[in-house]
Design a binder for this molecule. Structure first.
Ligand code: HEC
Length: 410
């Protein structure tokens, strides 16, 4: 019963997290676009502000930005902050719910480091906090004065963090923590820099004092960084459902770096295009595609599938093709029953698993035959299953599964 409730909680949290993130990213994209599309108008002196026209939902909007300070401030200000806070809070509870509370399934890979769930969770939370401190100090240091330098330093941090995480956590755990680290930068930017700065500006205006323009500038810098981080963070958040990406642990940091660059390039395209359609940097799409292709090729080359292809090519042998049989050989059934079915059954025996994960049943020969493609992907081409090899499947057993799953191509 408790496992069932755990699943319900996980679903509700994920729902909240995704909706909150959509609202946050939507407003981030909206305001970057708005800023880029501002034009001088006849009514406002160019040094004081600019405006943009928008049409939506049957109405026209004239959005005006004050570069310095408006002459008066309406008390009905809409603050954009809860999208960000609720995304981070729900995300943090979700990572604790899944990765810390079920650490042996998702976070700890004894082949990488055999640590206790408490230690693993402590490292995770500590790394998020330390990551924010380092990032914030860097932004405030001379390195933060130039956007390009900051971007390069940020990318180096992300890559190093992925390397560090990959050396203590399972590959999934490493990816989600790298994404969470970047997401913490984003939420921290809103909570600790952008909103406090804005509050100071509002207080000054209400006091009829001129606000310090540096406050707005700093907020804008962090907001632009958040915009470049959005796409990479989302990719990292969903990447843990694609084990081909992280089958090879050594390449994980580089794959994270390439994904980050690709996501930022796509944002760059839109940020420039929204300012001036004529100057749309189409090359950015080409570059992003090439970088992603590089990441995928790297992932393939270090996955068990890629290694097998390379081995076969260099040995000059071809796997012998046998006729696919409707029911898997007894040896295959034996392996799957002993290594997989304690979780993947109608009534799983594994502690903490209430129903067959993802609805995948592997508890009799017919079910195993139906799942041949999934078994090939999860246990042969990638070593994603069993999770963190909890049931101790051997390489020889994987070879037996491989020989069967490669011939039975359904
Ligand atoms: C300790 C429990 C456990 C064992 C043992 C286990 N699995 Fe899984 N399996 C899971 C969990 C948990 C998930 C869901 C992972 C997720 O949420 O991404 C899963 C997911 C899957 C999926 C669906 C993947 C997807 O995202 O659609 C397949 C296929 C699968 N396992 C195959 C296997 C095979 C084959 C074996 C044996 C070699 C195996 N599993 C052993 C727990 C287990």
């Amino acid at each position: 019963m408790i496992d069932f409730l755990w699943e319900c909680g996980s679903l509700l949290l994920r729902w909240l997290h995704i909706v909150a993130a959509m609202a946050w990213i939507g407003s981030s994209f909206f305001f970057m676009h708005l800023d880029a599309s501002l034009r001088k108008t006849a009514e406002i002196p160019a040094s004081e502000g600019a405006a943009a026209w928008q049409v939506h939902g049957g109405g026209f909007y004239e959005m005006r930005k004050y570069f310095v300070a408006p002459g008066h401030l309406d008390p009905h200000l809409t603050w954009h902050k809860w999208q960000s806070y609720s995304t981070w809070l729900s995300g943090f509870v979700l990572i604790a719910w899944i990765y810390y509370a079920q650490a042996s399934l998702y976070l700890i890979d004894p082949a990488v480091r055999d640590i206790s769930p408490a230690v693993a969770s402590g490292i995770g939370v500590g790394a998020l906090a330390a990551g924010w401190l380092v990032y914030d100090l860097t932004c405030r240091s001379p390195l933060g004065r130039n956007e390009g330098t900051l971007a390069i330093v940020g990318l180096a941090f992300v890559t190093l963090a992925a390397y560090g995480f990959a050396n203590v956590f399972s590959a999934r755990g490493a990816l989600i923590h790298t994404g969470a680290l970047m997401a913490t930068w984003m939420a921290g930017n809103v909570f600790l820099v952008i909103i406090p700065n804005q509050r100071k500006v509002v207080a000054a205006l209400l006091d009829h004092r001129p606000p310090d323009p540096a406050l707005g500038k700093q907020a804008k810098q962090r907001s632009a960084q958040n915009n470049y981080l959005t796409l990479p963070v989302i990719l990292l958040m969903i990447s843990n459902h694609y084990p081909f990406l992280f089958a090879g642990k050594e390449t994980l940091p580089l794959i994270v770096a390439l994904a980050t660059v690709a996501g930022a390039l796509v944002r760059y395209f839109y940020n420039v295009r929204h300012a001036d359609h004529e100057r749309s940097p189409w090359w950015a799409w080409g570059a992003a595609a090439a970088v992603l292709a590089g990441a995928f090729a790297l992932a393939l080359s270090t996955s068990p599938l890629g290694r097998r292809i390379l081995d076969t090519a260099s040995a000059g042998t071809h796997p012998r093709l046998e006729l696919a049989s409707a029911s898997p050989p007894e040896e295959v059934v034996g392996i799957v029953l002993s290594r997989c079915s304690m979780c993947h059954a109608s009534e799983p025996l594994w502690d903490g698993i209430a129903i067959a994960p993802k609805g995948v049943h592997l508890d009799d020969a017919a079910a195993i035959a139906r799942q041949v493609a999934a078994i090939r992907y999860q246990a042969v081409d990638t070593h994603n299953m069993p999770p963190n090899n909890l049931t101790g499947i051997t390489d020889e057993e994987r070879d037996v599964l491989a020989a069967w799953a490669r011939t039975d191509r359904r």
